[in-house]
Design a protein around this ligand. Structure first.
Ligand code: FES
Length: 118
């Protein structure tokens, strides 16, 4: 059986990957789409591009469906670090981009508490 982790000699295709929940619930239940998730996603993509961080070997910004942590929404998660964020405005996104995605330092004040679920 082969280990699922990357061979140490093979660099990951993306150094960091951030996923934004963009889930929208039509029934009125809490969801990230009602808390500015689409705008945050688009802003993050634009900032990553503007800073020259986008592309293979660097950073990828992706949409996601519900990540099942809706009570803390809007949420985003950065891999391979496994750091979950909740954010309020675009300045928060700017900080995640420069501190975490560019410099590799998690933004502690925006971390989603570990017990937040759906
Ligand atoms: S709706 Fe965003 S985590 Fe569930």
């Amino acid at each position: 059986m082969t280990d699922a982790t990357n061979d140490a000699a093979t660099p990951p295709y993306y150094r960091r990957h951030i996923f934004f929940c963009l889930n929208d619930r039509a029934n009125g239940e809490a969801c990230c789409a009602r808390h500015g998730a689409q705008q945050a996603f688009e802003h993050c993509k634009a900032q990553v591009r503007a800073l020259g961080l986008a592309g293979p070997g660097q950073v990828r910004v992706n949409k996601a469906g519900c990540l099942d942590r809706c009570a803390g929404g809007p949420v985003a998660v950065v891999y391979p670090d496994g750091v979950w964020y909740t954010y309020v405005d675009l300045a928060d996104i700017d900080e995640i981009v420069t501190s975490h995605l560019r410099d590799g330092v998690a933004v502690e004040r925006l971390r989603l508490p570990p017990d937040v679920g759906r």
